[in-house]
Design a binder for this molecule. Sequence first.
Ligand SMILES: Nc1nc2c(ncn2[C@@H]2O[C@H](COP(=O)(O)OP(=O)(O)OP(=O)(O)O)[C@@H](O)[C@H]2O)c(=O)[nH]1
Ligand SMILES: [Mg+2]
Length: 362
Amino acid sequence: MSKNKEANNDSSLSVSKGVESGNSINPDSLQNFRDRNKSLTLSDYVDGIRNGNRTILSRAITLIESTRSEHQDLAQEIIEQCLPETGESIRIGITGVPGVGKSTFIETMGNYITGNGRKLAVLAIDPSSTKTRGSILGDKTRMETLANNPDAFIRPSPTAGSLGGVARKTRETIYLCEAAGYDTIFIETVGVGQSETAVHSMVDFFLLLMLAGAGDELQGIKRGIMEMADTIAINKVDDSTDKHIQQAVREYKNALHLYPPSESGWEPKVTTCSALKGTGIEELWELIQDYISATNENGYFERQRNRQAKHWMYESINNRLQDAFYNDPNVKRQRKKIERKVLEGTISSFKAAQKLIDLYNK
Ligand SMILES: Nc1nc2c(ncn2[C@@H]2O[C@H](COP(=O)(O)OP(=O)(O)OP(=O)(O)O)[C@@H](O)[C@H]2O)c(=O)[nH]1
Ligand SMILES: [Mg+2]
């Protein structure tokens, strides 16, 4: 040390050197923060997704969900480029009335299969979320261990838009998750309305969770939903020696026999599980594997996927035309006025529709 500096140390203006401290910001979070905020190019998105970067995957899904047309266009480009990496997963729909245990089940099954080396993406179609905004957010806390599982990715349902719009976005999100390396996709929905039909048209296997000891009328499950089920799992069977359970299994089996045999050649099964205790989960997963191999062998798996792809082409057309129509400035300006005339009875519904469509076509 030079004499000068030594002398300086005695000055009241001297600055003590201090101890070198470690980096107080976790470099990973810093990278995350940068990923979250910098604007990304098309190839940033595609590379990020292919490398399984969750932050970039989330951002791409946000583009899918955006109503802005430049976001939509970019999202379509990303999906297009990711397409070669898609299709290799097993897509499973999970439904059941509120409180049956869907979230608990997904958490338990999700941790079980990721423990066996699978990578899981959990998506949701929640028709109620338009009103309550973020009801699945509560779900995310109910799926706490899964939310922190590095092999699982949970995405809440998009909250804005019609069921058709939300379903299309979920369908597109499946592609991105597959390209990001998720080989198992769970799509959760509440078993009360039409959203099951939308989910059914995007999954390979449809699982219906039910309870024992309550008639299906009581459980609010529509007949059509039971007919779509590849398996009914009776949840909350914490004690499998319970006699009532065997009775419930028989009843559900009988109910399923009333439907015509499915084109898949698969006879729908009835199983029991306890999502809380984790029993019956492994057996159910094996059942799903059996279904996948059986339908792969007889060609149904591929046939169904093709049919779904075609279905979603037409759904997308309807959906996009609808979006374009309602977002058209002329239509936006006149719609309420013309609607009022219909309510006043000064113009017929059909004439009103024609007027608006003419405005759109201008
Ligand atoms: N005893 C028992 N309770 C369970 C089981 N599975 C879920 N539950 C409980 O049932 C309640 C509802 O479970 P959720 O997983 O939130 O049900 P959900 O179907 O996701 O409900 P919504 O999100 O409202 O549609 C919770 O208190 C769970 O702890 C089970 O196997 N046994
Ligand atoms: Mg739930």
